[in-house]
Design a protein around this ligand. Structure first.
Ligand SMILES: *Cc1c(COP(=O)(O)O)cnc(C)c1O
Length: 406
């Protein structure tokens, strides 16, 4: 058996490709994983080789620390191997840095960018802050209203930023349709694919131009590292890479090794979390305290039809809203949970719960989601980890008692 990923046939299943991805013998040497190359200076044998370094500016060649070394290259290469249609992957020091890096590559002063109204809140903030400061106009759109979205394009619309399911509220957009319209209008489509990863949604194959992820979440998977990525086809990858070099974007080799370690078990963790989340979501859907479960993976839940048409997998992240709750009762529920941490982020091995009130983070979409009543606005987002789902359900059951009575 050869361990050289460059020699593997391209038609292996994902589980098999995850094992081999990025493991080029020239980077790993005789061991399984690439060593952690902590390096700023790369030494050259002579001045002729020194002159050659910057001239070639190719991936996977030593030049200087800011262009990385085999630890980072192996991670980029592995992520590229998992995204069919990608020419390469740029790594960023966080998910937000990836979004900023992509926006600063695609947009110029005077451009318009369309941003999904239910996008991750720091993405919105970037539109209203950084991008507006640079003379770029963000326009927010309801991703469920395809006609309204199409009507927002103008000659200045350079890019659209999509995310599905929506952060916190989990609405499922028709991504192939939105990407197709963007292409017809001459705009570049960017998808924040953190929720599904390429294992659950092959973005570039489905017409998206740039697929980005917060590797901080599932790919890292252990709540101990922050990183982001953006993968694209040849032309856009070249532009992303060049802009990242101009911005001095680099990730540490230690962090790259942690993310690479997380990546090897990504498919197993996603499968377990998806199965557990489905069990917990269907338990919640049957509870009288719950008005609505917002989990596109759950049959009958909003967005399930689109999810089952377009996605091949999910993850442990979903939300629900209480029926006729107060914020205080919802918070009592969360505080009573024993097995769920209270905190931001998700995609780690441990379960988390977060109170949600998305109405402050949107301008075009309703909250609470229809057909809920106005009093059904107090929600919870659950990130299901690797615990036994029966234990998590028992914990939720006892916390529901705290919701009912102080
Ligand atoms: C967390 C998150 C990000 C940002 O990632 P960081 O690494 O925390 O900067 C971007 N998009 C989505 C959907 C996220 O959940």
């Amino acid at each position: 058996m050869t361990l050289d990923s460059s020699k593997r046939p391209g038609d292996l299943s994902e589980a098999t490709r995850i094992v081999g991805a990025g493991r080029r013998r020239e980077w790993t040497g005789p061991v399984v994983n690439p060593p952690i190359w902590r390096a700023s200076t790369h030494l050259y044998p002579d001045t002729a080789a020194l002159a050659e370094g910057p001239r070639r500016n190719e991936d996977g060649r030593f030049f200087y620390g800011r262009r990385g070394a085999p630890t980072q290259w192996a991670l980029s290469d592995a992520l590229t191997a998992l995204e069919p249609g990608a020419e390469g992957t740029v790594l960023y020091p966080s998910g937000v840095a990836a979004i900023a890096g992509v926006m600063l590559t695609l947009l110029r002063p005077g451009d318009v960018v369309l941003i999904s109204d239910n996008a991750y809140d720091p993405t919105r903030t970037m539109g209203k802050g950084l991008l507006t400061d640079l003379g770029i106009e963000p326009r927010f759109f309801d991703p469920l209203d395809i006609g309204g979205y199409g009507a927002l394009f103008c000659e200045r619309t350079r890019a659209v930023l999509l995310e599905a399911p929506g952060s916190l509220s989990m609405e499922m957009a028709d991504l192939p349709a939105l990407a197709h319209i963007a292409r017809e209008k001459g705009a570049i489509s960017v998808l924040d694919n953190t929720w599904a990863s390429p294992l659950g949604f092959r973005a570039l194959e489905r017409g998206i131009d740039v697929a980005l992820m917060a590797l901080t979440k599932h790919v890292g998977g252990h709540s101990d590292v922050m990183m982001g990525s953006a993968s694209a086809g040849p032309e856009l990858y070249g532009r992303l890479r060049q802009r990242a070099q101009q911005l001095g974007t680099v990730v540490s080799p230690d962090d790259a090794a942690l993310v690479l370690r997380g990546l090897r078990t990504l498919h197993l963790r996603l499968k377990h979390e998806t199965d557990s989340a489905l069990a917990i979501a269907s338990y919640l859907a049957g509870r009288p305290e719950v008005a609505q479960v917002l989990c596109p993976m759950l049959p009958g839940a909003p967005g399930h039809d689109i999810w089952s048409r377009d996605f091949t997998g999910g993850c442990g992240l979903f939300s629900f809203v209480f029926k006729g709750s107060t914020a205080a009762a919802r918070n009592r529920f969360i505080d009573a949970l024993q097995l769920f941490g209270i905190g931001y982020s998700w995609g780690g091995f441990e379960s988390l719960a977060l109170p949600i009130e998305p109405s402050g983070y949107r301008s075009r979409m309703p909250w609470p989601p229809k057909p809920a009543q106005e009093s059904d606005r107090h929600g919870v987002r659950l990130a299901i980890g690797l615990e036994d789902p029966a234990d998590l359900i028992a914990d939720i059951e006892q916390a529901l008692a705290a919701w009912r009575e102080p």
